[in-house]
Design a protein around this ligand. Sequence first.
Ligand SMILES: Nc1nc2c(c(=O)[nH]1)N[C@H]1C(S)=C(S)[C@@H](COP(=O)(O)O)O[C@H]1N2
Ligand SMILES: [Mo]
Length: 230
Amino acid sequence: MEENSKLDKIIEARMKLKARFQEKMAATPSVSDSRPMGSGEINRHGMPKLPAGQTRTVKWPVLDLGFKPDISHQQWKLVVDGEVESPVTLNWDDFMNLPQTEDISDFHCVTTWSRMDVPWIGVRLADIAALVMPKSTATHVLCHGYDQYTTNLSLEEALKEDVLLVHTADHKPLEKDHGGPVRMITPQLYAWKGSKWIKRIEFLSSNKLGFWELRGYSNTAYPWRDDRYS
Ligand SMILES: Nc1nc2c(c(=O)[nH]1)N[C@H]1C(S)=C(S)[C@@H](COP(=O)(O)O)O[C@H]1N2
Ligand SMILES: [Mo]
């Protein structure tokens, strides 16, 4: 297919998805809460910059399951499948040829640190969803890492514009320690919802808990509700 028509198709599909999830997305706590918990100036989605119980950090701590998979660009593949019209497996070149998004957002870890204003470059999960087109029955995604980590998200959270699969952070290729070559980020939820070393995005027709969600962490993970544990 020609590059232009490919891009047009993604944009058209993205608009359809946006219309489909607009209402649910607008009702999510991180954009609609009337009594959010936190302090500081108001951020771009209307919440206090520093969520309740968080402290700012300048350094970027590393958290994992005690093991950091070593995945080269050549080896890296992303499977996007499940409840979708057209499943795909993307290699590095396929991924880098998708529309690239630059953004600056905050990173809130459940262990109480927040790293503010991180510059990222990557691909919107919404653009990947537009490529595979979730079936009308799709409600959630389960993201899988190369370290066997999993974490779940509702589609109204996953399709937000600031949810990216990033390959660049702080103007440098994403380090292996932080999930390079590619990880997900979820700026409006605690950071465990973003899988490092991402290898598969599985669309689901019902919710399925991930690694930490099965071990007592919150299913929903809303920072401005101090929503850490289930
Ligand atoms: N694949 C994978 N992704 C993961 C984790 C993990 O152990 N494996 N840890 C999560 C947790 S608990 C947090 S707080 C962030 C930490 O990201 P960082 O190490 O880059 O700070 O990644 C999340 N994503
Ligand atoms: Mo975490």
